[in-house]
Design a protein around this ligand. Structure first.
Ligand code: XMP
Length: 317
């Protein structure tokens, strides 16, 4: 029967045999799949694995720095590339959800291609593709959709002409987590909620500015840290905050305010295909709402999303 230990031994041996002294490039996302794929390859080929971790400026508060630090502690040969400004430029004035995804996907491809060119004589592109990505034509984990549209317009970027290695392509998510634990990857990293590739861009309804990203990062941080502090984080499949393109009237001291509304969303799910909103304790919601409104300048109202999927989706865009 399948065990993570046997999988690691066999896969590491196969990767060594297949790759030999060649170089491999891999894009890390901060998520479970790319991290586990990287650690397997690291075990097999060490420094010949070149990891690239791109900051698209749409990650959670402090996430780029924190996760990059963790990767370095794990011994990975990783380069952090802060391209926030480039992504924000590409997104300027874009409100349509699919156009946001396209702008982000295309910018990611440009940045990644530039970085891959910096590595001399690289032979392989490694990806954290897992079995559900293989059987679904449209992956929820990454820029596969936009790669196709990019491809149609301008031809394949060079890194996509590399030979592909996908050590997780036969595994389900829970197996990936077990392999990750076997490899000694930190429990908090393995237990992280799914987070969409386009990041906070699809949780800011309407156009995106640096200021809106900052506001949403603060709100999201209060919510997620609260879930952790209250021991609720691991009981939720995915959670986040959404910045609505709506202002509402409030009152602060003697002053009338007219500020942003944010929505909080937390769902239970097994695969993201269907989802139920989570019955979070009222006390928790009350505390979280107060903290957000007191702490985050520009927000005067918090609502909780009580819609299930279907017919709603998990994300609002
Ligand atoms: P929906 O909103 O479709 O989300 O119910 C289902 C799951 O997919 C994630 N999601 C994405 N992930 N790129 C991604 O990498 C995307 O464009 C994207 N859109 C949605 C979402 O966070 C949820 O886990």
């Amino acid at each position: 029967s399948w065990t993570p230990g046997a999988f690691v031994d066999l896969t590491v041996a196969e990767l060594k045999e297949k790759i030999g002294e060649d170089k491999v490039v891999l894009g890390l996302s901060g998520g479970v799949d790319s991290t586990v794929a990287a650690m397997l390859l690291h075990k097999a080929i060490g420094k010949n694995l070149y990891c690239i971790f791109v900051n698209n400026g749409l990650l959670r508060k402090n996430e780029f720095e924190d996760v990059l630090h963790q990767y370095k502690d794990m011994g990975l040969n990783v380069k952090g590339v802060d391209s926030s400004a480039r992504f924000l430029d590409a997104l300027a004035g874009v409100s349509d959800p699919e156009l946001k995804r396209k702008a982000i996907g295309n910018t990611f491809i440009e940045v990644f291609d530039d970085e891959a060119h910096e590595i001399k004589d690289v032979t392989y592109l490694a990806q954290g593709t897992i079995y559900p990505d293989v059987i679904e034509s449209i992956s929820v984990n990454g820029p596969s959709v936009t790669i196709k549209s990019h491809h149609n317009v301008g031809g394949l970027p060079d890194f996509m002409k590399l030979k592909v290695v996908e050590p997780l392509r036969m595994l389900f998510k829970d197996e990936v987590r077990r392999v990750g634990a076997e490899l000694g990857i930190d429990k908090t990293l393995l237990g992280r909620h799914p987070f969409p590739g386009p990041g906070l861009a699809i949780r800011i309804l309407g156009d995106i500015t640096a200021e809106k990203v900052r506001i949403l990062q603060e709100v999201d941080h209060v919510f997620i840290q609260g879930l952790r502090d209250w021991g609720l984080y691991d009981h939720v499949w995915q959670a986040g905050a959404i910045l609505l393109p709506v202002q509402s009237v409030g009152v602060m001291g003697d002053e009338r305010t007219y500020e942003q509304v944010v929505a909080l969303r937390a769902v239970e799910s097994t695969d993201g295909m269907t989802a139920d909103w989570v019955n979070l304790p009222y006390k928790f919601l009350q505390k979280t709402s107060n903290t957000i409104i007191n702490r985050v300048k520009g927000v005067n109202r918090v609502v909780y999303d009580i819609s299930s999927k279907p017919p709603a989706t998990i994300e609002w865009e």
